[in-house]
Write a protein that binds this ligand. Structure first.
Ligand SMILES: NC(=O)c1ccc[n+]([C@@H]2O[C@H](COP(=O)([O-])OP(=O)(O)OC[C@H]3O[C@@H](n4cnc5c(N)ncnc54)[C@H](OP(=O)(O)O)[C@@H]3O)[C@@H](O)[C@H]2O)c1
Length: 294
């Protein structure tokens, strides 16, 4: 496989993200063929040297590596499932956001039509595509990723997560869970402190320090989860639960929202009731690892 910047690339979908992807390939020197339903979105790329294909089918035949990035999976099926579109001989890298089941279904669908298929998730905004800040996750056959790795490198920091096509989407939502949890915790604290006249900007550096400190614990706590053993080396869950009660009381007294603190405490209380009060915080993985119905 030719992995130099001479490798031709096809990019289908030129929304905000697709334009950034095609632009990064062009900047890296790849002959880039583009197609978009609204053809005018290709104008700037064409001015920068891209070829505009008249149809999706034509775009797919320009080179053997095709990136697709459209709104959702149904849009991808609509485009690539058309009668005049041949996928055989193509490696299709789908950077459209979706869930893991959609990714696995799309892999089967594409492979039945003779394509090699890698799924992907973009954890970045268009403005940083083409820089190290752009984290792009891929999953699917390792050999297909390796065959195109140096080409995909033009997009940012690219990583292969494993052969299961669903992994990129799973990491994507896991990352979102992390992001929203950190932000929600910060908003809870900010709401509390504002009642005492402390503004968000004053609290933010302190919150940042706490978040960074807690992040340091993750590898060690992960070892506890993977080994299924949770000795209370730092503190016991029942000690944390007592502090959670303080957070609820403070929030109630200040007249701010208590939904999040109560949710966290309810999970800890269930774990303590199941006999885990003397173990360390990551024992809560057992609460997170099952649905409430089971
Ligand atoms: N923007 C971000 O910050 C960001 C970050 C991470 C991931 N993503 C993901 O990247 C994907 C694209 O996002 P975007 O920001 O580029 O969205 P966008 O600017 O709204 O562009 C959507 C693209 O999908 C095309 N499209 C939608 N439905 C179609 C259909 N039925 N047939 C043909 N083309 C169709 C649009 O074509 P037209 O131009 O003709 O409408 C356009 O090219 C999404 O899955 C998004 O979740 C985006």
């Amino acid at each position: 496989m030719n992995n130099t910047t001479d490798t031709p690339i096809n990019v289908i979908g030129l929304g905000r993200m697709g334009q950034a992807l095609a632009g990064a390939f062009l900047k890296a020197g790849h002959p880039t063929t583009v197609w978009n339903r609204t053809a005018s979105k290709a104008d700037q790329l064409v001015a920068a040297g891209a070829q505009l294909a008249p149809t999706v089918g034509d775009a797919l035949t320009a080179g053997s590596l095709t990136i697709i990035c459209v709104t959702d999976y149904p849009a991808m099926y609509e485009l690539l499932g058309a009668g005049d579109v041949a996928l055989d001989g193509t490696t299709l890298v789908n950077l459209t956001s979706g869930d893991s089941a959609q990714a696995r279904d799309a892999a089967r669908w594409a492979e039945e039509r003779g394509a090699r298929y890698l799924d992907g998730a973009i954890m970045a905004i268009p403005q940083v595509i083409g820089t190290d800040q752009a984290v792009i996750l891929h999953s699917g056959p390792q050999q297909d990723f390796e065959a195109h790795r140096s080409t995909l490198d033009a997009l940012g920091t690219v990583t292969h997560l494993g052969a299961d096509h669903g992994l990129a989407s799973l990491y994507d939502v896991a990352g979102l869970a992390m992001m929203w949890s950190v932000l929600n915790a910060w908003l809870q604290g900010t709401a509390l402190l504002r009642t005492a006249g402390v503004d968000a900007a004053t609290y933010a550096p302190f919150a940042q320090q706490i978040a960074a400190g807690v992040a340091e614990w993750l590898p060690g706590y992960a070892e506890q989860i993977d080994s299924g053993s949770f000795p209370a080396e730092v503190s016991a869950l029942e000690t944390d639960a007592a502090a959670m009660a303080h957070l609820i009381e403070e929030s109630e007294a200040a007249g701010v929202n208590t939904e999040l603190p109560k949710l966290i405490k309810a999970m800890a209380d269930r774990s303590i009731a199941a006999g885990h009060g003397g173990e360390q915080y990551p024992v809560l993985i057992e609460e997170f690892g099952r649905s409430r119905e089971s």
